[in-house]
Design a protein around this ligand. Structure first.
Ligand code: KG4
Ligand code: ZN
Length: 348
């Protein structure tokens, strides 16, 4: 049984957790959202500096809440890729330093593998293979989960991630950051059929469209054109609720269609969902309905494990440690790293 202290600083949350295999002993998440809100998005340099200010306190708090001292920790983990390099560096350096000082193994973790492991936290009995629909501010991927460290990306967005599209459309509508939760709330009062919007299909040369890849930048542009047209044609206030509902329904349809097709084509009967957009009520509704129709199971981890946190990183690290996978102290950060190359993290 491996107990891991894990650090996650890939974006705008300073997170530290203590995890015993699939059991969370403590999970601290210090969000920087209120700081970045004034800029309308994450400012990388501000994020790094804030991580630096917060990290030591978060580590102490995570140990304290887990009721452990360093003798109860078997390994120290940190997200090493992908993410904002300066931000990642803070968590990675803290983890390596602690590993040296306390003479513990060090485990680097791929951020997306962490999101996949959030599903194991909510259902410790879950076993691969399954399909993971990962929808966050930085990623929109359909991942075939074969085993720990063994992943095949079957579908991706060709441009904006789903969460990024929510944030950009929110900005277009003069709403605050992050846009996802606000659009979700306004959409409750709107008509999803008010405005027909594209579903982000990628056309194939021989006709038809790519079954698993998507594009959200076209959808975002369609919303921009719609807003411009409405503003030109009428002096009435923008029907923000209807635009939010129509946009959200279109994203949910696009993701649902691809996830279901992918699961059926690959014979996977469980779809686990992760990332901040997994909170979206319309996506949850459409995916649940489609899954019932096709006799598939959908797993929605609780929101605190869907958005960025260190418990999911600790859960992935504990499994790697159990399998004897540790990382060299020379491991660096990478802004991008394909999931297919994940085992590079454990090469000595
Ligand atoms: O996973 P996450 O916390 O951070 C990343 O790794 O990116 O995801 C953040 C994203 C933001 O783009 C935010 O707008 C979106 O998740 N989001 C939502 C909702 N809640 C958060 N998008 C749609 N509906 C929501 N309810
Ligand atoms: Zn994330």
């Amino acid at each position: 049984m491996d107990t891991v202290l894990a650090i996650e600083t890939s974006c705008d949350e300073t997170a530290v957790a203590v995890v015993k295999n699939r059991q969370v002993l403590s999970s601290i998440v210090a969000s920087q959202i209120s700081i970045h809100q004034q800029y309308g998005g994450v400012v990388p340099e501000v994020a790094s500096r804030k991580h630096l200010e917060t990290i030591n306190l978060a580590i102490a708090q995570a140990l304290d809440e887990a009721n452990l001292d360093w003798s109860g920790i078997d390994g120290i983990a940190a997200t090493c890729a992908p993410g904002l390099v300066g931000a990642l560096l803070v968590g990675l350096t803290a983890a390596k330093t602690l590993a040296i000082v306390h003479q513990k193994p060090f485990i680097g973790v791929h951020h997306l593998e962490g999101h996949i492991y959030a599903s194991y936290l909510s259902d410790p009995e879950l076993k691969p293979p399954f399909l993971c629909l990962l929808v966050s501010g930085g990623h929109t991927s359909l991942i075939y989960v074969k085993d720990c460290g063994e992943y095949q990306t079957l579908g991706e967005t060709r441009d904006d991630a789903a969460g990024e599209a929510f944030d950009k459309v929110a900005r277009l509508l003069n709403l605050s950051y992050p846009g996802g939760p606000i659009i979700d709330k306004l959409a409750q009062q709107g008509n999803p059929l008010a405005f027909p919007l594209p579903e982000g299909n990628i056309s194939l040369p021989g006709g038809g469209y790519h079954p698993y890849d998507s594009s959200f930048s076209g959808l975002k542009t369609a919303v921009l054109r719609l807003v411009q047209k409405l503003q030109q044609d009428s002096s009435q206030p923008l029907p923000v609720n209807d635009i939010a509902a129509s946009f959200q329904a279109s994203v949910a349809r696009s993701l649902t269609k691809r996830a279901i097709a992918c699961a059926l084509d690959y014979g996977l009967n469980t779809i686990a969902i992760g990332g901040g957009v997994a909170a979206n009520s319309e996506l949850r509704k459409q995916l649940q309905q489609a899954a019932i129709k096709h006799n598939l199971q959908v797993l929605f981890p609780p929101l605190k494990f869907c958005t960025d946190n260190a418990a999911m990183i600790g859960c992935a690290a504990a499994e790697h440690l159990n399998r004897g996978h540790t990382s060299p102290l020379t491991l660096g950060t990478q802004s991008r790293l394909a999931l297919a190359n994940i085992m590079e993290i454990y090469k000595h």
